[in-house]
Design a protein around this ligand. Structure first.
Ligand SMILES: *Cc1c(COP(=O)(O)O)cnc(C)c1O
Length: 371
């Protein structure tokens, strides 16, 4: 692997293949695989990731917002795309670009039917979202009659799937709550089906759901974080490979005397004669200010260097007093050995946020083979 000569996010497509095959191995062969590629495929690159997953025969994609789906269509992605959180203002575009909306409220249902009818659609595929305890988006069980009535009065849409989302699938202590969500989802689906003359697909599980609730895979699963190499537990992290490695370089080294300060607001004061390195990555690249003041760290020649003082927009300073290194040396922010989940833990967040924060300013480099 050539050493980084500037800040880069390496995206390893062979690791993506590994993760896809691993997650797939958890499924019954008939269960469909929906790959969640929202938020630039969790901070990597939605187009390259979707293209690669298409070659692996993923069945479906999901994005959060309509414009993310448009970007995939513009790039030539042809498989179905579920838009998890659309707004009324997007409905015309959704239909024009063959995107499939999540219908999550009575208002959204009425408005989508109205626009589908205006656009002279028949049997336009939609996905009905039920709330079973996350209390975020979705119809309630007692909306089923209302939905059924609306559907009886129009031929403009067809319900391709019913789905819900688990609130704590990664948390063993919440097993009872999750089992109740699964039961409630089955009850709602049965009630819905009893009022229709067709049976939509059912789906409920995200990555941790796939791993922890094999009995709840239904017709399709929706994996995001697992594809990118994180399983929300130490055991599962071992089975997966992080696809993204964030690397940079030492721009400059300074030797400072005792009680000198480093960075804006003079937030760090040296405790003695110290050595600092300045790295070209800052909060505009996705290194949160929460990482400053020795909460976050980077790795140089295998050793941990804490971020000192405040994170700047375009750079951080790290303490390298005890590290043998020189200007131009490579810096690892996270990779397969220094995982994003570890930096997440030490900065009181989760791998999802560390990954999705990596901004579009950071250059992406794609690798197809293990190097
Ligand atoms: C983001 C999201 C997922 C993916 O969850 P992971 O934990 O990343 O696998 C699945 N379903 C819905 C509704 C989501 O919003």
């Amino acid at each position: 692997m050539p050493k980084a000569q500037e800040t880069i996010l390496e995206i390893h497509l062979d690791a993506l293949t590994h993760n896809y095959n691993y997650l797939k191995s958890k499924l019954n062969p008939n269960t469909k695989f929906l790959a969640v590629v929202k938020a630039f495929a969790y901070g990597s690159d939605s187009v390259e990731i979707a293209k690669h997953l298409e070659t692996l025969n993923a069945d479906y994609f999901a994005v959060a917002y309509a414009r993310e789906g448009v970007a995939l269509r513009d790039a030539g992605i042809t498989i179905p795309i579920l838009v998890l959180h659309p707004q009324v203002v997007n409905f015309k575009t959704i239909i024009e670009r063959c995107l499939e909306p999540s219908i999550y409220s009575p208002k959204i249902l009425r408005e989508f039917i109205k626009i589908a009818e205006e656009q002279k659609q028949s049997d336009y595929p939609v996905h009905i979202k039920f709330n079973t305890g996350l209390n975020r988006l979705g119809f309630w069980h007692n909306d089923v009659d209302y939905i059924a009535n609306q559907l009886k009065n129009t031929s403009s849409i067809v319900v391709k799937s019913l789905f819900s989302h688990l609130a704590a699938s990664e948390d063993e202590n919440e097993r009872e709550f999750t089992l109740r969500q699964i039961t409630d989802f089955k009850t709602i689906a049965a009630d819905f089906e009893s009022q229709m003359d067709y049976s939509p697909w059912l789906h409920l599980c995200n990555t941790s759901g796939v791993i922890n609730y094999p009995e709840a895979h239904f017709d399709m699963i929706r994996c995001g974080i697992g594809l990118y190499g994180f399983g929300n537990s130490a055991t599962e992290d071992q089975n997966l490979k992080p696809i993204a490695k964030l690397k940079s370089i030492i721009s400059q080294i300074h030797l400072i005397e005792k009680e000198e300060t480093v960075g804006y607001n003079r937030a760090y004061t040296s405790k003695g004669f110290e050595k600092t390195a300045t790295i070209p990555i800052g909060h505009a690249d996705g290194i949160s200010r929460q990482f400053g003041n020795e909460k976050g760290f980077v790795f140089i020649n295998g050793q941990s260097a804490p971020i000192i003082g405040n994170v700047c927009m375009d750079m951080i300073m790290v303490n390298i007093t005890n590290i043998d290194c020189k200007e131009g040396d490579e810096v690892i922010i996270f990779d397969e050995n220094h995982k994003a989940s570890a930096i997440a833990e030490s900065t009181k967040t989760i791998s999802y946020e560390v990954l999705t924060a990596i901004s579009q300013r950071v250059k992406r480099l794609f690798f197809k083979q293990v190097l």
